[in-house]
Design a protein around this ligand. Structure first.
Ligand SMILES: Nc1ncnc2c1ncn2[C@@H]1O[C@H](COP(=O)(O)OP(=O)(O)OP(=O)(O)O)[C@@H](O)[C@H]1O
Ligand SMILES: [Mg+2]
Length: 273
């Protein structure tokens, strides 16, 4: 780690965040604080706006903020372009990582570090890359493969966490990084995150399953529904959701709407019959 890098975590404070995508309002006043060094989980039905929040915080240009604020360490995140937010130490593990044919994993990692002013001598870079790959149980052959190109779902998620481990962000947002991982990979990835979490890195973990939270042990669990945080609690909230679903929290009608994609599947099946 170069001496000049800022390594301490900082407070993330989101207030009344309202966000539209293609003129459709998705987030409707999100209030969320992740104090420096804490691990918070964000849960919520499909389509509730979790990824939208993650993309908005990382500065994806498709998302238009129409009201509210988001600060990290007191800095106005929303005033900064995506690359400046990354340099500030905000990192997003994508729900759907994209392949970049022609760019090897090793070159991608080097370019990512360079873009954030975290370059290091070649030997140190290779040593650290090998170390982090071993910790994440990623085979050495992946260094020379094009990033995410033909990677399995679980391999892509591990490549995201490898990038996180190399960049050492101050806030990591993990968007369903646990989805699609087998039980052993889940433990490996969770250990990889745990190793970095703490005074140097806060974590916002978006998930549908309490299992990863058994490893990451969140300080708080928040539930997003229809673009708003509707409840927050301790880790027991995740277990309650697992056993009882969202209905006790958001009500039967809302839960029904949230699962309308399930009934749509039924309609399609019927139409095909
Ligand atoms: N580019 C877009 N155009 C139109 N609607 C969009 C766009 N991006 C997101 N949305 C809509 O915004 C809503 C929230 O999507 P988002 O991906 O944030 O949900 P999510 O909570 O991450 O869901 P999941 O659990 O399925 O990942 C959805 O209804 C989605 O269809
Ligand atoms: Mg999502």
């Amino acid at each position: 780690m170069p001496e000049n890098s800022v390594t301490a975590a900082a407070d993330l404070v989101v207030r009344g965040l309202t966000v539209s995508v293609e003129d459709k309002e998705i987030l409707r006043g999100v209030d969320l604080s992740v104090p420096a060094g804490e691990i918070h989980a964000l849960m919520g039905p499909n389509g509730s706006g979790k990824s939208t929040l993650a993309y908005t915080l990382s500065g994806h240009p498709k998302y238009t903020v129409t009201a509210g604020s988001a600060t990290f360490g007191g800095e106005d995140l929303l005033a900064l372009p995506a690359d400046a937010r990354a340099r500030l130490g905000v990192f997003l593990c994508f729900q759907y990582p994209t392949a970049i044919p022609g760019v090897t994993t090793v070159n991608f990692m080097r370019a990512a570090l360079r873009a954030q002013g975290k370059e290091m001598p070649a030997r140190e870079f290779i040593r650290r890359l090998n170390e982090e790959m071993a910790a994440l149980k990623i085979d050495e052959s992946f260094r020379a493969r094009y990033i995410n190109d033909g990677f399995s779902g679980g391999e892509k998620k591990r490549a995201e966490v490898l990038q996180m481990a190399m960049l050492r962000p101050r806030l990591s947002i993990l968007d369903e990084t646990d989805s699609g991982l087998d039980v052993d990979a889940l433990r490996t990835v969770a250990n990889g995150v745990n190793r970095l979490a703490g005074p140097d890195m806060s974590v916002l973990v978006i998930t549908h399953y309490p299992r990863i939270l058994e490893y990451l042990k969140p300080d708080r669990v928040h539930v997003l529904n229809q673009g708003r945080i509707v409840t927050s609690g301790g880790p027991e909230l995740a277990r309650q959701i697992e056993s009882q679903g969202y209905e006790p929290i958001i009500g039967p009608v809302a839960a029904q709407t949230a699962h309308s994609h399930t009934s749509l599947t039924g309609v399609v099946a019927e139409a095909q019959a």
